[in-house]
Design a protein around this ligand. Structure first.
Ligand SMILES: NC(=O)C1=CN([C@@H]2O[C@H](COP(=O)(O)OP(=O)(O)OC[C@H]3O[C@@H](n4cnc5c(N)ncnc54)[C@H](O)[C@@H]3O)[C@@H](O)[C@H]2O)C=CC1
Ligand SMILES: O=C(O)C(=O)[C@H](O)COP(=O)(O)O
Length: 368
């Protein structure tokens, strides 16, 4: 029996796909946990212990819930307790010259081996604990790359065609004359992160005749980027930021990327340039961005992700000039579950063939 405990509701057709691939599947849906940590406690209400039991019997988890962490930590504590007891018994047995139970793990220890997240980012997971427990994590990275890239492109195009100003003029019933209508063609785009989102956006923008530069950790070449730089190379990064008409941040949140776009970084940008963050809120010093926008040191920005989510009603960002705010919705797309299940099934097939998990495996050292 293979037990999948899911915090994501799947349509019958997708469940059928899973059952076809895993004939001994025991699929247990525990209510929507969603992807992000802050949204996850809902499913737990009123269900009590049976939920914890279900998690403690899972081989595989779909999505995430803080409940999983609690069960894993409890399992680890129980195991440590048993090991300590076993050691004490072993000591006694040694004294008595009989066999002890040292190292035996009881049935309460969760069998969990694999978490398939319903998100690309894994910054909300207790990665150290999962690593310690030898639980592998695969992500849905790629499943929403088209929607994120398309939303980003929509922002870029709406800026070049002055759509925000025209929408405001329309609300005032004003037939306005504007200067500064441009085209994306020929403009320079710097994309931070050459992963699924970065590559998809790069391909769209290359098709529009834009110049596209990618930034990743090592600076390794990455098609379809014409050129890539290393984020560690401060001079190259500064030069790339300074010559970009648009900077798009599609980075995971890790120790290295926290506040990467800080006051200094934003200060390198041209006053006519635009900044987009579709990665994670904490990779950007949002207050520095807000000031740059208010003081006209940047032409505009679009944020889909925030340092605090949901963005509090009192946040000054809501009223910041030339800022497009979307409530972490760039990744929402109708095909998301189907694509994520396909990623999971590809890995499942690879595992059955003895090749292990190959797609979207989280590298605990890199934190993504
Ligand atoms: N706004 C939204 O709804 C969504 C946000 N995201 C965020 O976007 C991130 C990227 O998503 P994908 O492109 O699917 O991930 P991916 O794993 O395909 O790509 C991540 C890329 O980031 C780059 N990278 C990682 N650490 C770096 C560092 N320290 N310096 C420079 N580059 C570094 C690497 O080039 C890597 O290829 C996710 O981790 C997630 O946090 C992802 C999906 C939806
Ligand atoms: O994939 C990610 O990473 C995201 O940020 C998703 O698009 C949204 O994830 P949740 O809303 O499921 O946390």
């Amino acid at each position: 029996m293979t037990t999948i405990v899911s915090f994501v509701s799947l349509k019958p057709a997708l469940l059928q796909d899973l059952r076809r691939a895993i004939p001994d599947l025991d699929f247990r849906y525990l209510g929507d946990g969603g992807g992000r940590k802050d949204r996850r406690e809902n499913h737990k209400e009123g269900r009590g212990e049976s939920q914890e039991e279900a998690v403690s019997q899972a081989d595989i988890i779909f999505g995430w819930s803080p409940l999983v962490e609690r069960v894993l930590r409890q399992g680890r504590t129980d195991e440590q307790g048993k090991a300590a007891q076993g050691k004490a018994r072993q000591g006694k047995a040694d004294e008595q010259g009989t066999a002890g139970e040292q190292g035996k793990v009881g049935p309460g220890n969760p069998p969990l081996k694999w978490i398939q997240t319903w998100s690309a980012g894994v910054d909300y997971l207790p990665l150290d604990l999962l690593k310690e427990l030898d639980i592998v994590v695969t992500t849905s990275s790629g499943a929403n790359a088209p929607s994120i890239a398309q939303q980003t492109l929509a922002c870029l195009l709406s800026w070049t065609r002055c759509l925000p100003q025209l929408a405001q003029a329309q609300a005032r019933k004003e037939w306005i004359t504007l200067h500064g209508y441009g085209e994306a063609t020929g403009k320079t785009l710097l994309i931070l992160g050459t992963g699924h989102i970065g590559r998809t956006l790069a391909s769209y923008c290359l098709a529009l005749g834009m110049r596209v530069v990618g930034a990743n950790w090592s600076g390794h070449p990455q098609p379809p980027f014409e050129r890539t730089i290393s984020i560690q190379d401060a001079d190259s990064l500064q030069a790339a930021v300074a010559s970009a008409d648009f900077v798009v941040n599609a980075l995971p949140l890790t120790q290295e990327t926290y506040h990467l776009a800080d006051e200094g970084f934003l200060g390198w940008m041209k006053a006519s340039a635009y900044y987009v963050n579709v990665g994670r809120g904490k990779t950007t010093d949002t207050e520095a961005l807000r000031l740059a926008l208010e003081e006209g040191r940047l032409a505009g920005a679009a944020l889909d992700v925030f340092e605090e989510e949901p963005l509090p009603a009192v946040s000054p960002l809501w009223g910041t000039r030339n800022l497009i705010i979307t409530p972490h919705t760039a990744g929402l797309a109708e095909d998301y579950n189907r694509r994520t299940v396909a990623i999971f099934l590809e890995n499942w097939a690879s595992l059955q063939a003895g090749h292990g998990l190959r797609r979207n495996l989280v590298d605990f050292r890199r934190q993504y």
